[in-house]
Structures are given as C-alpha cells and as structure tokens.
Write a protein that binds this ligand. Sequence first.
Ligand code: MG
Length: 384
Amino acid sequence: MRLAVLGATGSVGRQALDVAGKIGADVLALGARSASDALLRAAWTWRPRLVAVSEVPDRAFRDGLPPGSRLVSGAEGMLEAALVPGADTVLVAVTGTHGLRPTLAALGAGRRVALANKETLVAAGELVMAAAQPGSVLPVDSEHAALFHLLGGRGLEPGQKIWITASGGALRDWPEADLERARPQDVLRHPTWRMGAKITVDSATLMNKGLEVIEAHHLFRAPYDAIGVVIHPESVVHGMVEGADGSLRAELGPTDMALPIARALLWPKEAGPVAGALDLASLGQLTFRPVDEGRHPSLRLAYAVGRMGGIFPAVMSAANEEAVHFFLDGRIAYTTIHRLTEAAVERAGTLATGRGGPDLDAILGADVWARRHVRSAVEEGRCR
Ligand code: MG
C-alpha cells in the first residue's frame, strides 16, 4: 500500500503514520499546514518523494529535509501531494475546507480517499460523492467507519435506520444553567476520546454529531429521517443499523482511532492487531440516553441545515469553526458558539444562490463569508 498523508502532524495524521508503520504501508507524500519539527521528523522517518506545506516554510525547514524529498508549498503543493505518482490511497486529515480540493483531485484521479476530514463531506458532500467511484471514499470518523462496515460498504436500504452514538462530551453532566460559564479547560477534558481541541469542543456542543449526521447522509445516501443520535457515555458502541424488521446491529470497539484508520486503509481486507481488544466483562455496563435538544441546539441546527442543503452546511461548519476558535481564545462564552453559528446561517439565507447545487467556488465562497461574518460579529461586539 502506498499512501499520501495530508494533515500529517495533526492528531489523526500522527496516528495514521503509526498505523502505516504497523501495516507495512509506504508513505510517498506528507502534507501539513505549517512547517514544524514534527513534520521534519516524519519526513526523515518516511523519506517521502514530496513534502507539502500550505504556509511557505523558512530556510531552516527547507535545508532540514532529507535528500530525495522535494518540497512543495501552498494550496497547489497540497494538490500535488494528493496526486503524487504511485500512491493508491490518500489519507485526508487536514482541517476545515482545506481538504476539499485535494479530496476531489484524488478521487478524480481514481485514488481511494481515507477521509478523516468531515468538513469536506459536510460542505461539499454532493460534489465529493459525485466524483467518487463506489467504495472509494473510506470514512475514518469512528462512527462512520463502524457504519461503513455494518453496511458492507453499501448505502442504506429503504426501511433501515442509522444510529450514531455521542459521548456527550466533557460537559455532559453539567447543569444546563452553568454552561454559560464553561471555560476552555473544562470543555477540553473529554471523557473518552483524545482528539484535537476544535473537535473536542464540538463533542461538547454536539456540533460534532451534527456534522456527522450530514456526513452520514452523504456517505450512506441516508435520508435525514433515517439518521438518529443517541448519547452513549462509554463510547464503546460506535454505530448501529436498525433493520426494517426491528433488529439492531451494533458495532463495538475500543476508543482508539488506530482501528478506524487501519480499517479505512485496508478495506475490504481485515486489519490486523492495531488497537487493544475490548474487555466487556471489565467494562460491566453500557448506557444510553436520549439527546436533550434544549441543551444541544447545535444538533437541531445541523439537521435543519442538512435538509436545507446548498451552501448552508458549509456556512454552518465554517461559522462554528471560527466561533470555536474565539471560544478557545477566551473571547466568547461557550453558549455564544451556537448563537454565532445560528446567526450566520440565518444571514446566509440572504446570499444569492443559483439554481441547482452549489459548485466548488460557491462553497468555498460561503466558507469565507461565514468566517468573516463571525469575526466581525465578535470584533464589533455584536455577540451576546
Ligand atoms: Mg466521530
């Protein structure tokens, strides 16, 4: 197996390189947003043909690369890495909409894409699935990896329903009245998964689940009415498929991203031992409860936005990402993340959109607009 790994220094990217070592894959290209020592170390370990950096790197980084690794930079460099000659699979783990063009380019060139960047499907699910051959988009998101395996790589059948589990995040047991006062350090204490900061905040607001609902809609051609979310604090059951006959098939697994990464890379072959096994007897019990929608308005917003389609999912995702960064910087309250996101979606209703689905430029334009809208709301003090 020959890989290009985009977003190589982030949480999923680092774990993917670990997995690549365990499954004996070769890495032909490495991509990251910025030049860093971690990227240099990865380059020396893997000796890729290409090292792509979005931001133009300094001289020291350039000079520090191993011989035989060519440096490319900017958005074009990331595209070049996605299309590196000889690779069969591209792991896309960059953040936000940066994954969009590389994903479309790799699919267009007939490569398989192991997709860890959910924003790509949220913002441009129609375009991505239209560019994909059957089975060429392999979800790395743990819930979708479970569902993909439960469904055997096929779409949802009429009468079936998908269930996505949510841990509920770090504020799960906080009284609703206290949420206003939650600080970044409170939210970043995730009970079950170790992930990047942005997604950890999204797990608390349930925006992460909202994005995953839209992701599942595209991946499995599932109507929104056939996608449910249930709170499952232990994060052991990752996904379930309910049959028309009332049967429920669940997939359980350890909370270790190495497993969905390895399965995405190796599909349809079984992954070998890459993660620890699950010990149900020592776990003792698994619990489930319904989502309290009043507490998690983000989830309701995501369903509404998913049904609206067009540029709205891109607007919601970008506005939320921007708002989360303001929260992490201590500039806005936790509950303001949702207020800002919802306000951006409402305002986006006034943006002119043509008939039919938006093209890539319209989606990227909506992303930029939404970020600017949130930034000016915060900077002008218009947010509550
Ligand atoms: Mg997930």
